[in-house]
Design a binder for this molecule. Structure first.
Ligand SMILES: C[S@@+](CC[C@H](N)C(=O)[O-])C[C@H]1O[C@@H](n2cnc3c(N)ncnc32)[C@H](O)[C@@H]1O
Length: 240
């Protein structure tokens, strides 16, 4: 049966790949990587590039997933990209699809998986989980995301933030992903939801890369300068 393997490549540090991920990447004949713009290097490829042996160099296919919210554009890209992947798999080659972190958290893979199941049920799908960025961040700053009876919420900050306050009222740890440029909008909402100034506040940017920035302070100490300006950012606020 033709097979596609999706590989979760962790948050950026090449040493945070699982053994299974390394084996799948090393034996691939075609490596498919998502990118946000035509001609833009794929970030996920840069995580695994040191594993590629020149003598066995696989074909590398970059597929564009535009970072827009317009449904039709998104659906067209999912359909076209799925078709490209399916053709590679059905040609008999060993194909892997790479994702940052884990494939099932805010990943392009989720749409490819859905499309493949609908249009190409003849293709077997295997998924290798990856280390999630928010867990890497928790390890780096030494914060428990949840302990005992605590609850946590994961919020994509580039969408409607109107539900943040209600969620925060019932949560101990708030984890914000997807675009640090929106993070400052929620500080006031968290305070209004009852997060005291002494709550733990941590923010990280470009984790696992040479440009990594990490800050840990309290919610009351946060100023505009504390915030990040990058898409690859995580913010965690834990109720004191
Ligand atoms: C499209 S989501 C992918 C999440 C990924 N599947 C995971 O398991 O972590 C991209 C978001 O994940 C977070 N992220 C992933 N890798 C990161 C890194 N190395 N440094 C900081 N944030 C990261 C950021 O919030 C970024 O905007």
């Amino acid at each position: 049966m033709p097979e596609l393997i999706c590989v979760g490549c962790g948050p950026g540090d090449p040493e945070l790949l699982t053994v299974k991920a390394v084996n799948a990447i090393k034996s691939a004949e075609v490596i498919v990587c998502p990118t946000s713009q035509e001609g833009k290097p794929s970030i996920v490829y840069s995580i695994i590039s040191s594993l590629i042996e020149e003598s066995k160099k696989p074909e590398v296919v970059n597929l564009v997933f535009p970072m827009v919210k317009e449904k039709e554009t998104l659906e067209n890209s999912w359909q076209q990209n799925t078709q490209t992947i399916a053709e590679k798999v059905l040609s008999g080659k060993k194909v892997v699809y790479l994702t940052i972190g884990d494939p099932y958290l805010y990943s392009t893979w989720i749409y490819i998986h859905r499309e493949l199941q609908a249009k190409h049920p003849e293709i077997k799908i295997s998924v290798i989980p990856g280390i999630v960025s928010m867990f890497t961040f928790a390890s780096k700053v030494g914060i428990s995301l949840a302990e005992g009876a605590e609850t946590m919420a994961v919020i994509p900050s580039c969408y409607d933030l109107s539900r943040v306050k209600e969620t925060a009222k019932n949560c101990d740890t708030m984890i914000f992903l997807k675009d640090g440029r929106y993070f400052d909008q929620v500080i006031k909402l968290l305070k209004e939801a009852g997060f005291p100034d002494s709550s733990i506040f941590a923010i990280g940017q470009d984790l696992g890369t040479d440009h990594e920035i990490i800050k840990k302070l309290t919610l009351g100490e946060v100023t505009k300068d504390t915030m990040t300006t990058k898409y690859f950012s995580i913010m965690v606020v834990k109720r004191a």
